[in-house]
Each structure stands twice: as structure tokens, then as C-alpha cells.
Design a protein around this ligand. Structure first.
Ligand SMILES: CC(C)[C@H](C(=O)O)[C@@H](O)C(=O)O
Ligand code: SF4
Length: 763
């Protein structure tokens, strides 16, 4: 337990302090109250447990579902995943999860369960996510749950295994950042516009190393669902997590949910604790950002990074609008997006519209889209999806779907020509058949517009559900305020009562042929023996050719796209590294100019990138696995995405932050095809031809673990007494957190004892 402090603390400080199991030199062990698990980032974690003979320590605090791989076609004839999922790798990943939940005795919402849905939608829906808890998931958008005043963050697969085995995670303290949005948003402006605007202001690396607290009157006025959309996209602002202090709106949302504290004494105790979860007056923030709500108008993205935002009444920007250092990136984005500077955004036509995702797949989002459809028709606008546009609506969970159908929203959508689908991640990243074809442009309610994210060569523009509805109806980006007289904020609630015109059943629209993304001949990631996490390769000196790169914000989708996340292994991904920029998206032939396709860089063991924020975006540990499999053990860049950085360390790799001037010098060495050596023991980069070495420093604990190839789970299990003591205290102080929610009446949930035979280490 940390010593109680009288200094004013932030909301983040308070939740962090309440979960410290152990604090040593360089490492703090945090207790994780809630662990959500999905099929993509868990197979290797379960395999690791199995190999080490470990069990899941707190099945009662673990909730599992499937979301990324599953088709969104009607489940009317669903029998089981093996007969329903056509694509073999997706099927294998889902059925591996089903085997794992059985073997490890976990609560699972499968495809025949109406509670199944996107992991970040079902947690809050069930009351599994609660204020003041720590919430983790092998998924970057775990930040969503911070809307409840939880400390919620995404992790990689090695960390999933760590939590499954120990219910804890080593964590360094992040910086405190506060984004205050004061004032009242204008008509037609939603929480999605607020968060896109914020990311436009702070940039995708603006929150790196920070937990953002969202504050101010405009945030306090939002509904829980709108708050979730904001915290969801904190990761797009580079932050570790986003948080909003719980209040009456939070308590009201949680009352009566299946896993919320029971009404009466338990609820009262919980609510009293939750009320203490706000930043103290005078609490210090490392970074403060202030935004005027009045300045925000409906916003959308033009480029391939979530920070590339523009107001709907703006034009496609030109490279000259940006500082010199960013121009190369802007030119590349414009080219990829097929846009000409100066074109009014409202003149840009779309091919597809996608509603859904963990950002905007909730009931209020569905209502918001339905209101636009009704208003458009009533105000003399279009009443049907524009000719040539395919528009799909994918509810975030089975319960959202059920609720929407109970309200008749599905009928409104179908009548206007939208395709009403089943719950899942769907075209947010297209691990299932819902994808864009090369060159197709999509208005999307999702959260990432990375190159190839929704399909190789696909062009994604992020915006609010209301704006997507407007674009679907007109066939081009449209200022939704033009045909809406009414207030569109989700918190205003939906007051459509006149459904009569919409209640005639209609046929689903024809779905365009599904594109497939194939792996070229001879490049199929080979199936190798699954590696356990225990025992990492030691990192001492790594010497070799370094691949030079200059791009900013190289996201993990770019390092390894979604179609390769279906593997059950940690190995074999080297051939797919940088897939979308290394191979021709149409022919799958290697692009001769891409650095890793050329001699001598096809043998690189280091990578030098002069652009910041390397590895931002998704939590997929497949990114460092792919780099490692290619042979790259050390990446040098000005800054890294937080989750990527941790994932590298967990795989015995070194993400090395260096000043820009040093990187420019190393970029020259690398471009000349000369060998560079990274000496971790002596903390220096040794340059070729006797040039002076570049000194660096790496956190002492990380360095020790890398040099000695230490396995984190082994280290943590040495603190078993502290973990057990923490759990005893937790049961007394926060009794509602012991997960009896899904247990049968009278059934006692007991934590699985930590194996006393945990391996000893010399640390
Ligand atoms: C699959 C998962 C690792 C990934 C994430 O972490 O975000 C996915 O949800 C995404 O949106 O790219
Ligand atoms: S961002 Fe998209 S793919 Fe990732 S969890 Fe959310 S809905 Fe699923």
C-alpha cells in the first residue's frame, strides 16, 4: 500500500494508488479488477499459461466474448461457429477461444448469446465496468471504460497472459493531462465531433505517456454513451487512458445492471466510494489543454491519421498549410486518399457508409442516425441511401440490436435502404468479410482511418453517426445541420414518436461482392511451434544493418495489418511485416522500392525511423512479433506508442528513444547500408567508420530484464503474498468487486491459488 498522502491528487492518482499491490525500485505492481478477453489477442496467452502449467487466477473477474472475426450476417440459422464462420483462420481463432474458455472455466458470451458484442460495449452494458476499478483488455480501445472513472487501458498479449496468471500488471505511473471542454456545443455537434476536434488540437502523439482526464461543463453534460465515445478515442490522441469523474449520470446508468453492486447496503457503500473519485482542488496536471465548446462544428477526417481533421465546411488541405517537416507525410496521405487540395469536403463522394464500432455502436448512436434519416425526409431531403452507395449498420452488441429493434429503428434503417446487421467489430477493421475494395471511400463512425485499415487501398473518413447518415443519404460528405433543425446531441435523447410511416417490413439491400485479401504465394506465414512467454532471448549487443524510415505515426496496422492477426502463434509473421507498403495491394508482388525488399536492408536487424510516434494505434503484439520474426530486435525513433513500447520489452526487444539529431545521423548511416551496433550494457549506439558513439539511457529495471532475458510473470509471482494480502483488503473495502455476479446463488467464488512453485529469479 502506498503511504497516504495529503497532497491534492487527481482522479487518476487516486485510482492508481488504490490498486498498488507492491512498489519497488522501478516497478509497481497494480491489481487489475476487471479483465475483458477477446479472440484476437488471447490465443498465445492461453497457450503460455498451458505451457507453464498455470491457471486463470480470477475467473470471476474475467469476461470473454468474440467480436473481431465474426461475420455480421443474420444468425437466424446459427448452430455453431464451425458451421457458421466460412473463413478458416477466423473460424480457428474463434473456436480456439471457445476451447480455452471451457478449459479455463471462464464466463463467455458466444455467438448464440444475445449479450455477445464488442468487448468495450458489453463491459459497461453488464455493469462489469465500474467506477474506481482497473480494467484491462488486449485491445487499445479499453480506454472506453474510463468514462466511468475507471483506470482502463489496452495491453498486449504477453500482458493478457500476465493478468490471467496473476491478476496484476507491472505499471509505471503515467503523467496527468487534463483536457477541459467548457461551454455549450452548437446544434448538430456530438461527442464524436468533440473528440475529433480534441485530437486535431493535441495530435495523435499529444497524450503520449499520459492519462487524460476529460473535464469541463461540455463533458459533464454528456450522457454515459457519449462519454464512452470520447474516452474510447483517447488512444487516438496517444494517451494511455482517458478518464471522466463519475457523477449522478454515471450512477443512474449503472443502477440495476446485472453486475452492478446490489441495491441496498452494497450499492450505498459503492456509491459513497465512487463519490470520492474526483480530482482534488489544486491537483497538479503535467499538461493542461483548454477547448471552447463553441469552437467545435461537425468534424471529419481527410487523411490517414485521426489527427487529420477538418470541419465539414472546410476544404481538403494542401501540403503548404503544414510545417515543412510534415509535408512529405501530407503528400503521401493526399495521394493515398485520392484527394486534391482545395476541394470542398462537401463535394467529396462516398462509396460506402459504415455505422458501428466500439466508438459509435451503441443505442444512442443508432437513434442519432435514425433521427437524421427521419429529419431528412421530413425536411424535403433524400429519403433513401444514395444510388451506388452501400450503407451498413452494425449494432455494437446483441442487446443494442434488441433494443433498437424494440424501438423500431431497424425498420427506419431498412426502409431507407441501410443493411441492418448482427453485432461485431465488422468493417471497423475488416477481420471478417466486411471490407472496402481498393480505392473505395467510406464514411465511417469508427475510430481509425489508417491506410488499408478497412481493406487494402480503402479510404476511410471518420465522423459522427449523424454525419455518416447524412453522407449515406446524399452520397457525399454533407453538413448534417443543413437538413436538421433539431438538436443532435446524444444527451438530448431521442424523441421520435412518429414511426408509423416506417413500420412496413422491407428487404435487405443487395450486398456488394466481398473482396478477399490474400497472402501471396510463398509468403504465407509458416506455422511454427508456439512459443511460451517464459524465458526471453537476452539482449546485450545487437549489431547489423539498419532499415531507414522517415514516416511519422507508423501505426501498428501498417506494421502488420488485420488479416495476419488470425494466427494462433507468435512466430511466422516476418514475411507479412509492413504488408500494405511492402507489397502491391492489387498483385501482392513485392514493391522493389520498399526498403526491406532491397539488399542489404532485407537482412536488417535494426530499424531507424526519423518520424515520431512509431507503433501508435492498436495494441496488437503481432507488430513486435512481425518485426522480431523478420530479424529486427531494436527500433530507434523519436517516440513510440505506449502499448507498442511495452510489447517490445515483453518480447526481449528494445524500443530506443533518441533525439532527432542523433536519428538523422543514424538515418544516414542506415541509408548507406552500413552496420550499426546497439550496446545495451554500455548504453551506446556504435556508429560505423569510427564516428563518435551516441549515448542513451534505458530505464534500469527494463534494462536489467532485457539483458538477463527475464520473464515478467516469474518476477510477479515472487510477490504472491502481497497479491493475496491485497485481495483480502479488496474483499473488505470493495466487496462488490468479488465477481459473484454470474455465479449461481450461494456459490462461493474462490481465487485460484498462486502456484508456490513459481520460478525464482535473481532480481
Ligand atoms: C485486435 C486488436 C489488437 C486491435 C486493437 O488493439 O485496437 C483492434 O481492436 C483494432 O481496433 O485495431
Ligand atoms: S476499434 Fe474496431 S476493431 Fe477495435 S475493438 Fe473497437 S470496434 Fe473492434
Amino acid at each position: 500500500m502506498p503511504a497516504p498522502t495529503s497532497a491534492p491528487r487527481t482522479l487518476y492518482d487516486k485510482v492508481f494508488d488504490d490498486h498498488v499491490v507492491y512498489s519497488g525500485e522501478g516497478d509497481t505492481l497494480l491489481y487489475i479488477d476487471r479483465h475483458l478477453v477477446h479472440e484476437v489477442t488471447s490465443p498465445q496467452a492461453f497457450e503460455g499459461l498451458r505451457n507453464a502449467g498455470r491457471q486463470v487466477r480470477r475467473p470471476d473477474c474475467t469476461l470473454v466474448t468474440v467480436d473481431h472475426n465474426i461475420p455480421t450476417a443474420s444468425r437466424k440459422n446459427f448452430k455453431d461457429v464451425n458451421s457458421f464462420i466460412v473463413e478458416a483462420d477466423s473460424r480457428n481463432q474463434v473456436s480456439a477461444l471457445e476451447d480455452n474458455v471451457k478449459e479455463f472455466g471462464l464466463t463467455y458470451f458466444g455467438m448464440s448469446d444475445k449479450r455477445q458484442g464488442i468487448v468495450h460495449i458489453i463491459g459497461p452494458e453488464q455493469g462489469f465496468t465500474l467506477p474506481g476499478t482497473t480494467v484491462c483488455c488486449g485491445d487499445s480501445h479499453t480506454s472506453t471504460h474510463g468514462a466511468f472513472g475507471a483506470l482502463a487501458f489496452g495491453i498486449g498479449t504477453s500482458e493478457v497472459e500476465h493478468i490471467l496468471a496473476t491478476q496484476t500488471l507491472p505499471q509505471a505511473k503515467s503523467k496527468n493531462m487534463r483536457v477541459t471542454v467548457e461551454g455549450k456545443v452548437a446544434e448538430g455537434v456530438t461527442s464524436k465531433d468533440i473528440v475529433l476536434h480534441i485530437i486535431g488540437v493535441i495530435g495523435t502523439a499529444g497524450g503520449t505517456g499520459c492519462v487524460i482526464e476529460f473535464a469541463g461543463s461540455a463533458i459533464r453534460e454528456l450522457s454515459m454513451e457519449s462519454r464512452m465515445s470520447i474516452c474510447n478515442m483517447s488512444i487516438e490522441g496517444g494517451a494511455r487512458a482517458g478518464m471522466i469523474a463519475p457523477d449522478e449520470i454515471t450512477f443512474k446508468y449503472l443502477k440495476g445492471r446485472p453486475l452492478s453492486p446490489r441495491e441496498g447496503e452494497e450499492w450505498d457503500k459503492a456509491e459513497a466510494y465512487w463519490r470520492s473519485l474526483k480530482s482534488d482542488p489544486g491537483a497538479k496536471y503535467d499538461i493542461e489543454v483548454e477547448i471552447r465548446a463553441e469552437d467545435i462544428i461537425p468534424t471529419l477526417t481527410w487523411g490517414t491519421s485521426p489527427q487529420d481533421v477538418v470541419p465539414i465546411n472546410g476544404v481538403v488541405p494542401s501540403p503548404e498549410d503544414f510545417p515543412e517537416a510534415q509535408r512529405k507525410n501530407v503528400i503521401r496521405s493526399l495521394e493515398y486518399m485520392g484527394l486534391t487540395p482545395g476541394t470542398p469536403m462537401e463535394e467529396v463522394k462516398i462509396d460506402k457508409a459504415f455505422f458501428g464500432s466500439c466508438t459509435n455502436g451503441r443505442i444512442e448512436d443508432m437513434r442519432s442516425a435514425a433521427r437524421v434519416i427521419i429529419a431528412a425526409e421530413k425536411n424535403g431531403g433524400p429519403s433513401k441511401v444514395a444510388e451506388g452507395v452501400y450503407a451498413m449498420i452494425v449494432p455494437g452488441s446483441g442487446l443494442v440490436k434488441q433494443q433498437a429493434e424494440a424501438e423500431g429503428l431497424d425498420v427506419i434503417f431498412k426502409k431507407a435502404g441501410f443493411d441492418w446487421r448482427e453485432a461485431g467489430c465488422s468493417m471497423c477493421l475488416g477481420m471478417n468479410p466486411d471490407q472496402l475494395k481498393p480505392g473505395e471511400r467510406c464514411a465511417s463512425t469508427s475510430n481509425r482511418n489508417f491506410e488499408g485499415r478497412q481493406g487494402a487501398g480503402g479510404r476511410t473518413h471518420l465522423m459522427s453517426p449523424a454525419m455518416v447518415a447524412a453522407a449515406a443519404l446524399t452520397g457525399k460528405f454533407t453538413d448534417v445541420r443543413k437538413f436538421m433543425g433539431t438538436h443532435l446531441s446524444e444527451d438530448a435523447g431521442l424523441k421520435i414518436t412518429d414511426y408509423s410511416d416506417y413500420l412496413t417490413p422491407v428487404e435487405a439491400p443487395a450486398r456488394p461482392a466481398e473482396p478477399t485479401e490474400q497472402t501471396p504465394q510463398g509468403q504465407t506465414p509458416v506455422k511454427a511451434a508456439a512459443a511460451a512467454s517464459a524465458g526471453l532471448p537476452k539482449f546485450n549487443v545487437v549489431k547489423g544493418i539498419a532499415a531507414p524510415m522517415w514516416e511519422a505515426n507508423i501505426d501498428t496496422d501498417k506494421i502488420i495489418p488485420k488479416q495476419f492477426l488470425k494466427t494462433l502463434l507468435r512466430t511466422g509473421l516476418g514475411a507479412a511485416l509492413f504488408w500494405t507498403i511492402r507489397y502491391d495491394v492489387r498483385t501482392n508482388e513485392p514493391l522493389p522500392d520498399f526498403v526491406l525488399n532491397k539488399d542489404p536492408w532485407n537482412k536488417s536487424s535494426l530499424l531507424v525511423c526519423t518520424g515520431p510516434n512509431f507503433g501508435c494505434g492498436s495494441s496488437r503484439e503481432h507488430a513486435p512479433w512481425a518485426l522480431n520474426d523478420f530479424g529486427i530486435r531494436c527500433i530507434m525513433a523519436p517516440s513510440f506508442g505506449d502499448i507498442f513500447k511495452t510489447n517490445c520489452f515483453k518480447n526481449g526487444m528494445l524500443p530506443l528513444e533518441l533525439p532527432q539529431s542523433d536519428l538523422e545521423a543514424l538515418y544516414e548511416d542506415a541509408s548507406a547500408g552500413l552496420e550499426i551496433a546497439v550496446d545495451l550494457e554500455n548504453q551506446q549506439v556504435i556508429r560505423p567508420n569510427g564516428k563518435p558513439p551516441i549515448p542513451f539511457t534505458v530505464d534500469a529495471f527494463r534494462r536489467h530484464c532485457l539483458i538477463n532475458g527475464l520473464d515478467d510473470i516469474g518476477l510477479t509471482l515472487e510477490h504472491r503474498d502481497e497479491i493475496e494480502n491485497f485481495e483480502e483488503k479488496r474483499t473488505q473495502v470493495w466487496p462488490w468487486l468479488d465477481g459473484v455476479g454470474y455465479a449461481k446463488k450461494g456459490q462461493k467464488i474462490v481465487a485460484v491459488p498462486i502456484k508456490k512453485s513459481a520460478p525464482k529469479t535473481d532480481w
